[in-house]
Design a protein around this ligand. Sequence first.
Ligand SMILES: Nc1nc2c(ncn2[C@@H]2O[C@H](COP(=O)(O)OP(=O)(O)OP(=O)(O)O)[C@@H](O)[C@H]2O)c(=O)[nH]1
Ligand SMILES: [Mg+2]
Length: 469
Amino acid sequence: MSSPWDNAPPANETEAQKTAREKRELDALATSEAIDEEIKRQRANLKKEKGVIRVLLLGQAHSGKSTTLKNFRLKYAPADWERERRSWKAVVQLNLIRNVLSILFAVQAEMNSELVSEYPSSSSSPIIRFTDKHQLLVMRLAPLRQTEADLQRRLGAGAEEFRLKSPSQHSPLDAESPFGHSDAHTEWAVRSWQDALESVAPKNQQPLFDSASEAISNLQQDIKALWEDETVKLVVAKYRVFSQDSSGFFMPDVDRIATRSYEPIDDDILKARLRTVGVQEHRLGFTRSSDTASTRSSKGPVHAEWMLYDVGGCRTQRSAWIPYFENIHAIIFLAPVSCFDERLEEDPRINRLQDSLFLWDTVCASPLLLKTTFILFLNKCDLLRKKMKTGVRVKDYLTSYGDRPNDAKTFVKYLQIKFRDKLYHTQEPINRNFYSFLTSVVDAKATSATLTSVQDGIFREHLSESNFL
Ligand SMILES: Nc1nc2c(ncn2[C@@H]2O[C@H](COP(=O)(O)OP(=O)(O)OP(=O)(O)O)[C@@H](O)[C@H]2O)c(=O)[nH]1
Ligand SMILES: [Mg+2]
């Protein structure tokens, strides 16, 4: 197509025709410039998108992936963090209600067993005797079941507990086969973490007097009485109500949380448990001065965009990870170290630490990830330290640990080497970028320092792909 400037104006052009032609030409020029601008903008966007550093958070369910993501947002996206703060209220309330209902479940099971047997289950265990007070507490707290159902409906699939179907023998990447069919897609189309939070976000800045807050605050004293009761404590210990994982455990905070005006503090948000369903994308922007960004750069401030992908870690969700392996710059792999004596929720025959090691093996062996930076978080060190003090022996669950000292420090060192060796031995000996950290990602202060190192490491490795301002 010829440009409006190609043709000379006709010789017999009138003044009116000349004005009209010049207007047409000016319009055409403006349109052409607008198109050029749009192309330039799109190119810049494309370049920007190309410069995005993509980071994938991997690990089994409950390993701490979403909690790590929360730490990234707390540190690098404080405005988003503040905007979402009040939406976490519903999640914390749901976690607290689940704590109460778990206790009630155990109390009722014990009450029923009292009816069928006159004898305590073991002669060494203390005798549990209920009174009318306990019957009354069970009755008064029963409406929390309805509140749980309401909150769960508002929060969506992430708020649903995992339900065991039929465990079968399979690879750690999938319920059926590493790359084949699984029931992941049945859970795929549900709402994301952000959608879930938006659905419960307060519509204005006024305190939220919703029905859940009302119900919980009305029962504050009963919840407290249940938690502090000596007989109930025996039941909680006997049924190991909170033993496997302390995820979303808020019972000691009843006074603060079970009030109408409750607003979550940072620690509550980090502790709150909301299962990730599918894969969720979170964009983060970093601007740093060149001297801290990299020794290789002598230019001004460096701007980088990161896309963090948080995935569901449950076995049925893992096949959804594979498409994200392509073009990924870094993987942050969460391996919870306190779970060496625990079993997978979705397949109770499998030890959780073994599952983490298998999963790490499988991920390291992927040919798509040869140039990817591997960052290992040996997580839940706080829970490991507590567990080791109770005298649980690692070698009873991990025979290869042998007669090494049964303390947290020796054990995490042992795991650090085990994971590192697996990374270096799964492929031809090539230089793979590897960093490992001992973490407790519910500790925001300590995690902040770790994230600075992580950011430095990824920046250094992938600086050429970042944008320079
Ligand atoms: N004490 C302690 N709790 C932790 C730690 N890391 C995570 N948690 C808690 O463990 C629970 C599960 O953590 P998430 O971050 O939701 O786990 P996830 O890996 O995202 O799990 P999925 O979404 O199911 O794959 C949450 O309640 C966290 O607060 C830790 O280092 N120490
Ligand atoms: Mg998650």
